[in-house]
Design a protein around this ligand. Structure first.
Ligand SMILES: *[C@@H]1O[C@H](CO)[C@@H](O)[C@H](O)[C@H]1NC(C)=O
Ligand SMILES: *[C@@H]1O[C@H](CO)[C@@H](O)[C@H](O)[C@H]1NC(C)=O
Ligand SMILES: *[C@@H]1O[C@H](CO)[C@@H](O)[C@H](O)[C@H]1NC(C)=O
Ligand SMILES: *[C@@H]1O[C@H](CO)[C@@H](O)[C@H](O)[C@H]1NC(C)=O
Ligand SMILES: *[C@@H]1O[C@H](CO)[C@@H](O)[C@H](O)[C@H]1NC(C)=O
Ligand SMILES: *[C@@H]1O[C@H](CO)[C@@H](O)[C@H](O)[C@H]1NC(C)=O
Ligand SMILES: *[C@@H]1O[C@H](CO)[C@@H](O)[C@H](O)[C@H]1NC(C)=O
Length: 396
């Protein structure tokens, strides 16, 4: 009896642990529950959200942009009210005038989850969005704003997809939009803050901005997950001075964001700042928990051109993007930002003066250790580097 005692206790403890784990597993929401529920009719065609025409208008109508102009309703005598009204009018002008097109590289299996969330939250606030994917013929896909391409839907083909998208935007939309945003299907974008930052820059200059990583090229590159932006001029250079020059840029394989960064550098685009005047980042390659609670992955801290911060200083008050925002978190953030007010609080527009640090970001000094590019054979790298030096007298 006494001999059996330890065995008995061990069995008991194991049973309790198993029970707790099982309860925990059972209490987790299933994947189905995480999906955005949309009216179910018959088949996928009807279950996806159609925001292509009239619906899109109704989505937009509920946003602050289309709220009634307070200028006509409030008395202009009160200087505070007048100032607020003026600032809102200015914001309206900025949101209307700064034209941004966006593309998202994704796949059919994301339509009912991630793309439904994007379409229900920030996508209608941007001027034009494309969801870039291949219909692999097993799904009869239909969704607004699809850009169907014949490029495999996997990580290895992201560079190819991105190159396709930038060439497509260059060919068909270069004059229509001033700015071109690349985002992921789990990026959350605060479009108004993005447009406000971009309104301070001149899209006729070759501007490349986002969350700045310092490795792999002289100017580093912008994190793909954090989403990044090219000005019209940067896009023009990328295609004319990058992709269209044989052998200059890798257009297949490698890592999408690194290859884009390297090609932009070679093409003559310049990295511009997107941090605010307290050095808080506005583009974020991790999700909001990673930044507010932490810890951030070591590699992010190591890659960051600006010092990575966790906690209240992680993120600008005019934050623009978060990565790894699944449908559930996306809807939650959107509700808190667009449908929740805190009584008595408002944005102090006076403080927006010189809010962002603007201007080009120079390459880091020699004291900064840069990881060299390793996505091709080392000999190739030096061969190409030599070729480049000969051609342009610039080491890239
Ligand atoms: C989307 O809505 C438009 C107009 O309401 C309609 O013509 C179109 O067929 C719809 N597309 C889908 C996929 O339901
Ligand atoms: C096609 O896409 C579906 C959904 O993403 C996936 O389950 C299937 O494996 C894909 N088929 C091929 C051949 O890639
Ligand atoms: C795909 O959708 C179209 C239009 O609704 C329909 O005519 C066609 O039969 C569908 N194909 C398959 C394989 O489900
Ligand atoms: C897609 O590309 C593959 C390989 O290049 C080709 O065999 C196939 O015919 C293409 N499909 C379409 C629909 O163009
Ligand atoms: C924008 O940049 C272009 C090209 O450098 C220049 O011609 C134009 O005057 C600039 N516009 C403003 C408003 O500064
Ligand atoms: C570098 O050169 C090799 C061969 O010389 C070529 O295959 C490769 O595509 C080049 N890479 C870039 C990024 O130019
Ligand atoms: C050399 O590179 C710089 C920027 O990297 C670019 O502005 C310039 O146009 C290039 N010159 C030639 C001849 O390609």
């Amino acid at each position: 009896m006494t001999r059996l005692k330890p065995v008995f206790w061990m069995t008991l403890v194991l049973s309790i642990v198993t029970l707790i784990v099982m309860i925990f597993i059972l209490m987790q929401p299933t994947n189905e529950k995480l999906l955005i529920k949309v009216p179910e009719k018959n088949g996928l065609r009807d279950t996806v959200i159609n925001i292509s025409s009239d619906d899109q208008e109704s989505v937009k109508e509920s946003e602050p942009v289309k709220e009634k102009e307070p200028v006509t309703e409030r008395t202009i005598d009160d200087p505070e009210v007048a100032d607020l009204a003026l600032q809102i009018a200015k914001a309206k002008r900025v949101l209307k005038q700064v034209k941004v097109a966006c593309f998202i590289t994704t796949q059919p299996s994301m339509i009912r989850s991630k793309l439904a969330a994007v379409s229900n939250t920030w996508a209608p606030r941007i001027d034009k969005i494309f969801y870039l994917m291949t219909d692999n013929k097993t799904m009869n896909i239909s969704f607004p704003n699809l850009l169907l391409v014949n490029i495999t839907n996997d990580r290895q083909h992201l560079t190819e997809k991105t190159v396709f998208a930038f060439k497509y935007l260059y060919k068909h939309h270069l004059n229509e939009f001033e700015w071109f945003l690349k985002a992921d299907d789990d990026s959350y974008i605060i479009v108004e803050n993005l447009k406000y930052l971009l309104s301070q820059y001149n899209s006729s200059k070759p501007i490349y901005l986002g969350h700045h990583f310092k490795h792999y090229s002289q100017n580093g590159y912008m994190s793909g997950g954090g989403s990044y932006v090219l000005s019209r001029e940067a896009l023009r250079l990328l295609v004319e001075n990058g992709y269209n020059v044989p052998g200059r840029c890798r257009q297949k394989g490698g890592a999408e964001d690194i290859e884009t960064g390297r090609c932009l550098t070679k093409a003559g685009a310049l990295v511009h700042s997107s941090v605010d005047n307290r050095d808080r980042e506005s583009f974020h390659p991790m999700n909001i928990y990673g930044y507010i609670i932490g810890p951030l992955p070591k590699w992010i801290v190591n890659y960051d051109r600006n010092q990575a911060k966790v906690g209240n200083d992680c993120c600008s008050q005019l934050t623009i993007s978060f990565h790894y925002t699944g449908p559930k978190l996306m809807s939650t953030l959107d509700f808190l930002l667009y449908r929740t007010s805190v009584y008595g609080r408002n944005l102090d527009y006076g403080r927006l003066k010189n809010f962002f640090k603007l201007g080009t970001v120079p390459p880091p000094g020699p004291e900064t250790k840069i990881i060299p590019y390793f996505f091709e054979k080392r000999e190739d790298y030096y061969k190409n580097a030599t070729a480049w030096r000969l051609r342009n007298n610039t080491v890239l």
